[in-house]
Design a protein around this ligand. Structure first.
Ligand code: TXA
Ligand code: MG
Length: 329
């Protein structure tokens, strides 16, 4: 567990922006205003910083995060734009609209931030403070709403401090956020679908598209359709190779996903061994989780044996994700 921090609160001036960039570059956490709600920002390309972000929020699961960038050019490095997606971006960015797009091959965002998915949520905010940070940092910033998990989204720096004081390095105070609800999320994976209503009205999205949005599955009542809620809708990443959890030893033909300094019995039999964290650090383990699973999935093993992972701190989210990945499909 990380030691408690002193959370600095700085009025949003040039010095605060420069400090925000220093904190992000060092892998730290900065809350800042966007036009919707305050976001809790981390360097999207730094898996350990992203792991710390989940820990600070106390999220019991790794929901995929929104990558914030300065403009459409930067967004195109992360996601592939269909013609519909480009229309939405041109009409409604900068602003409270998030697009879920297929990830580009060269996308530098950490696997943990997208929860191992092949899609990525991208947003170009319009708030001057958010834009100043993105421009000076010049890399994508992942930012969920800056509240503890299960609490409401914060619209003032005081809300952020009440929830996250002692857990993050810096809060940039830019006053109350003008929109006050989160961004509208539209997935452009095939036909555009609204995943979450928010700061941009459905009518504005449909006007930009010059057609009605496809009906989301939540809007139908068909029992054979899984509910389409943000974070659940694009199904969770799961390896093709079956997982065997809480493994104390390795069987022939298995790959081993290890944790900690002492490997499971008969580890020398494993087709391949990858350690989430040799020193038993849960933040490091979270940062490695999806990339190690993918690598072991490609090792040609009959099963991936997973050593027991402690359940405290980020261990809860790691175990949540492993349990889902191990569930029969
Ligand atoms: O207004 C906002 O969007 C704020 C500000 C800070 O930008 N951010 C925000 O983030 O609301 P968050 O993490 O609280 O909500 C992001 C939502 C989650 O429900 C998540 O499941 C969904 O976006 N999401 C992210 N990536 C996704 C993906 N690849 N596919 C589907 N849903 C995704
Ligand atoms: Mg939220």
């Amino acid at each position: 567990m990380t030691a408690p921090l002193v959370t600095r609160v700085s009025k949003a001036d040039g010095a605060a922006i420069a400090e925000a960039v220093r904190v992000l570059e060092a892998g730290g956490l900065v809350a800042f205003p966007t036009e919707t709600v305050y976001g809790l920002g981390a360097d999207a390309t730094n898996g350990q910083a992203v792991a710390r972000l989940y820990e600070a929020k106390g999220r019991p699961a790794f929901n995929p995060l929104i990558a914030h960038v300065l403009d459409l050019t930067a967004a195109r490095l992360l996601g592939r734009f269909s013609a519909d997606a480009a229309r939405l971006a041109e009409a409604l960015w900068p602003g409270p609209l998030t697009l879920v797009l297929p990830r580009t091959a060269a996308c530098p965002v950490a696997d943990l931030a997208t929860a191992g998915l092949d899609s990525i949520a991208v947003r170009v905010p319009s708030h001057a403070v958010a834009r100043a940070i993105l421009e000076a940092f010049a890399k994508p910033v992942v930012a969920p709403s800056a509240n503890r998990s299960g609490h409401v989204s914060p619209t003032t720096a005081a809300h952020v401090l009440a929830d996250l004081g002692g857990r993050i390095e810096l809060i940039v105070d830019g006053g109350a956020t003008p929109v006050g609800v989160e961004s509208t999320i539209v997935a452009c994976l095939d036909e555009p679908v609204m995943l979450r209503p928010g700061g941009v009205a459905r009518e504005a999205v449909e006007r930009a598209l010059a057609k009605p949005l496809a009906r989301a599955r939540t809007e139908t009542t068909k029992a054979d359709h899984a509910p389409l809620a943000p974070g659940m809708l694009v199904s969770h990443y799961a390896p093709r190779t079956p997982l065997r959890l809480d493994a104390s030893g390795v069987d022939d033909g298995e790959a081993l996903l290890a944790f900690g300094p002492k490997l499971a019995d008969r580890h020398e039999r494993a087709v391949r061994v990858l350690n989430l964290s040799q020193r038993g650090d849960l933040i490091e383990a979270a940062a490695n989780l999806f990339s190690h699973l993918r690598a072991l999935d490609g090792a040609g093993a009959k099963t991936i044996a997973v050593m027991p992972i402690p359940r405290h701190g980020l261990g809860e989210a790691i175990n949540d994700r492993l349990t889902r990945a191990a569930a029969p499909r």
